[in-house]
Design a binder for this molecule. Sequence first.
Ligand SMILES: Nc1ncnc2c1ncn2[C@@H]1O[C@H](COP(=O)(O)OP(=O)(O)O)[C@@H](O)[C@H]1O
Ligand SMILES: [Mg+2]
Length: 245
Amino acid sequence: MTATDGGRDLVRCVEVARTYGRGAAAVVAIHAMSCVVPPAARVAVTGPSGSGKSTLLHLLAGLDRPSAGTIEWPGLGGDPVDRPGTVGFVFQGPSLLPPLDVSENVELPLLLAGFAASEARERSSQALAMVDAVELAGRLPEELSGGQAQRVAVARVLACRPRLILADEPTGQLDAGHRDQVVRALIESAAHLGASLVVATHDVAVANQLSTQWQMRDGRLTCAEEPARVPHQAFYPVSDPGESC
Ligand SMILES: Nc1ncnc2c1ncn2[C@@H]1O[C@H](COP(=O)(O)OP(=O)(O)O)[C@@H](O)[C@H]1O
Ligand SMILES: [Mg+2]
């Protein structure tokens, strides 16, 4: 079985498009795009603001539905909407629940998934330590800086130990030290979990730490390539890799 075998790929998108609005107001965020997230993928999705990175990640997660084309999740056993916990999503904007403190925010998905309170607390502590946020455990979201909230949002995903981690600009508000720590936590967790990791980022320093680059422009994947400096890893194909590749 190859890395791109249909029975194991975590996500397969075929001619997927997403248009917001209708008629004269319609915005084509994603033009017909085909791509695959195989097992053990480490993908950076790069491109200017408005190029469709967030829309693509939402589609890969099953949080949004395409206007055309098909998305399948063979390696996850089906649609992630029906399989809570299989996909972890770090949102670009604020996502912590205001009435809950940091620990409770991280523990909540675990409690909803049926874990015992002690196990949820243990996993929460471990995940917060991975992003240097242990000292924030008792704070409310309104008492956090944007960067601190971003680190907690990453911890919440890592605590759930998903098989596919999608992170949308997870380091946009972090200083260089915490940026590197969060990226390391994402990569190490993905390796530990046997998960695939897809990170949308503006930051070249983040993208360079991932073995595959997907470049987006105007809703199109213009280039998908594996840097030459990372040999012996699977190439992740797209149907139209574009002339720049
Ligand atoms: N909910 C929405 N309604 C209308 N247009 C949207 C919506 N979300 C995104 N867009 C538009 O879709 C395009 C892609 O947006 P997005 O996926 O957020 O790009 P990126 O994450 O690369 O900045 C942009 O033109 C944006 O304005
Ligand atoms: Mg975005």
